[in-house]
Structure formats: C-alpha cells, structure tokens
Design a protein around this ligand. Sequence first.
Ligand code: FAD
Length: 451
Amino acid sequence: MKEINTDILIVGAGYAGIAAAKKLHTAQQDFMVIESRDRIGGRTLTEDLESGVTVDMGAKWVGPTQHLVWEWIKETQTETYDTYDQGKNLLKFKHKISSYTGTIPKIDPISLIDLGIAISKMNKLSAQISLTEPWNHPKAKEFDAMTLATWMEKHIWTAKAKHLFEIGIQTVFAAEASEISLLFALFYFKSGDNMDTLISIKNGAQQSILKGGTQGLIKKIAASFLDKIHLESPLVRLSQQASGIIAETNKLKIHARKCILTIPPVLINTIVFEPPLPQQKAQLYQRMPMGAAMKVYLIYPTPFWREMGFSGQIVSDEYPLKVTFDVGHADSDQGVLLVFVEGNDARNFIDLEEGARKKMILECVEKIFGHQASMPMQYIDKCWTEEVYSRGCYTGLMGPNTLTQFGHQIRVPFKHIHFAGTETAEKWCGYLDGAISSGYRAASEVLKETL
Ligand SMILES: Cc1cc2nc3c(=O)[nH]c(=O)nc-3n(C[C@H](O)[C@H](O)[C@H](O)COP(=O)(O)OP(=O)(O)OC[C@H]3O[C@@H](n4cnc5c(N)ncnc54)[C@H](O)[C@@H]3O)c2cc1C
C-alpha cells in the first residue's frame, strides 16, 4: 500500500469537496482529495448525447439567490440560459387535462384557496425557523414529532389541493410527505428562501441552466488543482491519533493533520472510525436516508409542444410521470423534455426493464401531447438509488425526532475530522449552493486550527 503525507485530506470530490479544495488551494495549503468514483462531481453528472444535446443527469438548475454558484459561474465565464417558461402549462388530474399559466395549476376555486392557504401557512411557519439552530424553536419538539403528511391531513381539506401539495413535496424532496419531519421540512424551505422559491421557475430554484452542465462547472473550478485529486480511492478506514489522522483506501495510506469529510451522511457509517464516532453522531447518520428521484430525458427533433402553445410543463397524477419541464434552449432546434419520477414511484419504477419504463413514459406523454410525443429520437433515464456512492438523491432527509435529538451534531467536528456536504449547510441545504458553502466553512475551520 502506497503511503502519502499531506497536511489536509479532503474526502469526496463533489461540490463540497472541491469548494474546500479551492479555498485551501487559494490559501496555498498542502492538501489532497480522495474520491471513490472515477470522476469528480458527485451528484452532478453531465452527458453529451449522440444527438448533440447536453443533459444533466444529476443537479441541473441554479436559482437567483444561490450566490455562491453564481460566483463560480462568473469566475469561469460559464454561459447560462433560462428554463423555457412560455405558453400554457398542463395539469392531468383524474384523466382530465386542463391548461394554466404560472406555478399553481388552474383548479376549482375551493381547492385553489385550500392550496394557497396551505402554502402560505408553510411559508409563515418556516419563516420562524432558525437556520443555525432549528431545534430551538419553541414548538420544535411538537413539529419534529409529526410528519409533513400528518400536518397535511390536519391543514388541507380538499383532495385536489392535497394531491397537488403532495406533488410539490415529492418534487422538492424526492420523497413522500410521510417520510419527512415537519420541522425538517420547515427548515428546508427556509434554507431555500421559502416553499414558493423551491417550486418555482421564475425567481425560483429552477430558473437557470448552465451551458456545459453543472459537472462542466465543477471541472473548470477544479482544473487548477486536478493533480491533487485521487480518483477511484474510496475511504474505508479513518483512524485518529493525537497528532492527526490516518486514512486508508483500497490502495493508499494517507497521513494528515486534518480531514474534511464531504460524503453523504448515509455513507458515513460505512467507514470504520478508530476511535468510533461519538454515539449521537453515529445515530444521526443512521437517520438521514436519501430520497429517490429518476430523471428521464426525451429528445425530439423539434420542441413541437412550443408550436402548440405549450410550455412543456406538465403536472400529472398518472404513474409514473409526476412533472415535466422543457429544458432546451429557447432557440434550440431539438426538443428536450425532462420528466421526473419521484419518491416511491422512482423506487418502484427503476425495478422495471428499461423497455417497459420507456413504454410507460411515452404512453403518458402521448396522452398529453399526442402521437408525436411517442416518437423521441432518444430516451435516457437514471435513478440515483442505484449509485453506490450516493444511494439516492437529492439529499439526506430527516424523519421525526431527528433534528431535535441529533441535529446539533451535524456540523460538530470529531477531533481532527471536520464535516461538510450539502446536508450540513444552513443556506440552500440540499442544493449545490449549500454544498459550496459547507466546503468553504469546513476549510475555514481547518485553516483556523492549522495556521
Ligand atoms: C437527480 C438530481 C437532481 C438535482 N437537482 C439539483 C438542482 O437542480 N440544483 C441544485 O442546486 N441541486 C440539485 N441536486 C442536489 C445537488 O446535486 C447536491 O446538493 C450536491 O451535488 C451535493 O454535493 P456534495 O459535495 O455535498 O455531495 P456529493 O455530490 O454527493 O459529493 C460527495 C462525494 O463523495 C464521494 N464519496 C462517497 N463515499 C466516498 C468514500 N468512501 N471515499 C471517497 N469518496 C467518497 C462521492 O463519490 C461524491 O463524489 C440534485 C441532485 C440529483 C442527484
């Protein structure tokens, strides 16, 4: 086994790990990064398809208040374009198709009022939650004892409003409302400004798309220190002594003074720690499962729905299709329809053969856009639950009794080990921006202790 000495070891080359590396590189520190995969980017993965279209199979969008991602975009002079958002959106509910404009589908007035009140209540409650210490809210224990589904049962009366609210939740969390603690959901909404921002295109989390993709951006940022990144090097054991750490991968033994761990919480307990993690920290990582989302891209010779006056945005109650977006450039010749399958639907759908999956998705879009929709040039899908080094997406979630009992452990270092990753972020937790801020924070902690 090859032995290496470095000052600071970063584990994981996703946005958090590369942000930490960038800060240490600028501060002219001695560091190295180990990454289990054969590529950098983690939960970002950009593919150039034969058709000439570039698609993000992982993270795609950047919202206007995700300032740290915008700093990287500007620094690398990366071009962006707005998500296509013109024309009529479509709602398919109980076999009926109706059109609407804006974020909220056109439904009967009573359901519409019901839905509006529920979203407004969520925004009001989440505005009261501290991003630093959400567990200190006067009603934290009460909110953390119930799931978001329980709250919905109590506060949303009409079936249609409940259904649309649930689709919004599945789209934001890639999970079911019954899996998520109310307190965690409130924290998450506040972290991303509010619920409206998280579900919106204009002025929301789905506003802008990067030319060259989000993995393209991280590759540009890492270009000046690529020699410090060791791929195909999964950390398996992390020992600590008075003077520092010893990290072991399948082929390396690394001695360092400090370590920044950026891997998803669900994977932390797969590492052998010597001495073991403090029990509250270990228990926290047993309680942060990943959501499940599938991205399906349908590539067409033209964005034919635009000529029909449609935006390409669909909200549907028909399994497996939940929501769709037109993610092609406004001037692009080809049509790029992005379909999301979320939560339990994704967990079930990925178990089918690819041919069956394609058939079901195409049947759904054909019912909405007609025969042309059943003949894409290309079908491509991906489910992140199959990724060994992610185990799901978009982020680690918290069910009841997690944030109040264990949440305070999320950013606490353990001797020489510091913890980053989007799940540790206060602002934009679960998103690229949160990953960057977490990497910068952990690097600052380490610099403070080593300089
Ligand atoms: C389908 C999908 C859609 C998304 N959409 C968006 C979006 O539109 N906008 C947005 O802002 N965010 C989105 N996200 C979320 C975003 O991708 C994540 O918040 C962000 O990439 C997390 O970065 P990270 O560095 O914290 O974690 P990761 O990207 O998970 O990085 C952790 C790294 O650690 C590595 N690793 C794991 N185990 C080990 C080990 N034992 N040893 C060494 N290395 C290890 C992993 O391979 C990985 O590279 C999406 C995610 C997915 C999957």
